[in-house]
Design a protein around this ligand. Structure first.
Ligand code: HEC
Length: 163
């Protein structure tokens, strides 16, 4: 009987440890904001094939910010709830013009000091072809924050908002 109790205790302990480890390693999920195209347009940029960030960011991207994030650009302090969207599209050249093509990916950054403490309060997600079901980020630090970390003095945000 005592053996059974000890075994039961061990199993519970292992389960508990497993659950804690799981929750610590998987930061809260970020969904694709459905309404971001009506948010404030921050800026746009075209990355050419020769650019250092061409893989995977070649194309034309537009950056959007929700109200809290717009405030963050102004004050340099992005409050919890700030969301930034990086919308990357193909470029199509023809007739002496460059047009937007299909969507390549939509990147999202969401601020929550509690949920994303390990990456300075920013959570990251990418959606292949802008598809809300097609998540790309498995490691916030390795895939995203390790680069954004070099902009710590502007709140880990690279872009500046065009007046
Ligand atoms: C190698 C460096 C690098 C990596 C890796 C990177 N980014 Fe960025 N990111 C940038 C740069 C540079 C900009 C600014 C682009 C501009 O000014 O138009 C940017 C801009 C952004 C923005 C708009 C806010 C800002 O900081 O200007 C979002 C959102 C974003 N990235 C999301 C992501 C996500 C999600 C990932 C991981 C899948 C990621 N980034 C990985 C370099 C990087």
């Amino acid at each position: 009987m005592r053996k059974t109790i000890i075994l039961f205790g061990v199993i519970l302990g292992v389960l508990g440890f497993g659950l804690t480890a799981f929750s610590e390693n998987t930061p809260a999920k970020i969904n694709l904001p459905s309404e971001y195209r009506s948010w404030t347009h921050v800026k746009s940029m075209i990355i050419l094939p020769e650019h250092g960030l061409a893989n995977p960011f070649e194309g034309i991207h537009h950056i959007y910010a929700n109200e809290k994030a717009v405030e963050g650009y102004k004050t340099g302090n992005f409050a919890d709830g700030s969301i930034l969207v990086f919308d990357l599209l193909k470029t199509v050249e023809g007739n002496d013009a460059v047009q937007e093509g299909g969507r390549i990916l939509t990147g999202v950054m969401k601020k929550s000091g509690k949920d994303y403490a390990a990456t300075d309060g920013w959570g990251y997600e990418g959606f292949a072809k802008g598809n809300a079901e097609n998540r790309m980020v498995t490691d916030h630090m390795a895939q995203c924050h390790s680069c954004h970390i070099s902009t710590a003095e502007t709140g880990f945000v690279y872009s500046k908002i065009r007046p």
